[in-house]
Design a protein around this ligand. Structure first.
Ligand SMILES: Nc1ncnc2c1ncn2[C@@H]1O[C@H](COP(=O)(O)OP(=O)(O)OP(=O)(O)O)[C@@H](O)[C@H]1O
Ligand SMILES: [Mg+2]
Length: 252
């Protein structure tokens, strides 16, 4: 079964893990082939919305559609085939680098793996490893930095080539080189896909086609970065605070 399209719509969606709603009556359009950033303070519901889109849970009220179809009517296997996840705390296996990337597509040839690794900016650190692509990376990738692990996860998603990507940006502060490499890897991944990015760095969110700002489970603002900065609401305030704290840490 294939999907008729990749526009994702949340229609009056509410959700609670326990008694209290943590997603409150959200209506949001996520247009296909574009990047939508979810931003907001800690606990505002960003990950919960991503999990609802991936159908880890169903809404308590309202519905979510993809290509006009209610997620509840989409065969789970089809849904998973059409989505890639680049989340924090990527699970890596005690196997070679190549096999860790191959998880994106079972039976992928070495050439495909190398292409994905290059696009995801992994080839530099892999080339420095003693046995290159055949290097064992240890339990949960202990020999790799956080940025390198995230790039492996992007290489997997590139190999999988799913039209919808859910991406949870790393919260850990990265050195500028790692940050640039990750941004390049993400740019390769988002090309032509429908992307939902949980953006912790609001500078990243500014590059999205659309930003949805959440606060305590409510959608409080949406628009382009420029629109939201002009509106001078929550996004503009959070952005200023983050820029100031970045300024201080650079100045120290
Ligand atoms: N598995 C869970 N069981 C119960 N409550 C949860 C669970 N996961 C999240 N919550 C609660 O739901 C609310 C929204 O959490 P969510 O993880 O979606 O926020 P977030 O915006 O991703 O936050 P952060 O920026 O800190 O990652 C929070 O109050 C959180 O404590
Ligand atoms: Mg979160």
């Amino acid at each position: 079964m294939s999907l008729p399209g990749y526009d994702i719509e949340l229609e009056n969606v509410s959700f609670a893990y326990n008694d209290e709603d943590v997603v409150k009556n959200i209506t949001l359009s996520i247009p296909q082939h574009s990047v939508t950033a979810l931003v907001g303070p800690s606990g505002s519901g960003k990950n919960t919305i991503a999990r609802l889109i991936a159908r880890f849970w169903d809404p308590r009220e309202g519905r979510i559609t993809i290509g006009g179809k209610d997620l509840r009517g989409v065969d789970p296997e089809t849904l998973m085939r059409n989505m890639s996840f680049v989340f924090q705390g990527v699970v890596l296996f005690n196997d070679t680098v190549a096999n860790n990337i191959r998880i994106g597509k079972h039976g992928a040839g070495d050439d495909e793996i190398i292409t994905a690794a290059k696009l995801a900016r992994c080839d530099g650190f892999i080339a420095e490893m003693l046995e290159g692509y055949n290097t064992l990376i240890g339990e949960n990738g202990s020999i790799l930095s956080g940025g390198e692990r995230q790039r492996i996860s992007i290489a997997r998603a590139l190999l999988k080539n799913a039209p919808v990507v859910l991406l949870d940006e790393a919260t850990a502060s990265l050195d500028p080189e790692n940050e640039t490499l990750i941004q390049e890897a993400i740019s390769a991944l988002v090309k032509g896909r429908t992307v939902i990015v949980i953006a912790h760095r609001l500078r990243t969110a500014l590059g999205a086609d659309k930003i949805a700002v959440l606060d305590h489970g409510c959608l409080v603002e949406e628009g382009s970065g420029e629109e939201l900065l002009t509106r001078d609401g929550l996004f503009a305030r959070l952005y200023r605070i983050q820029q100031e704290s970045l300024g201080w840490s650079v100045g120290k």
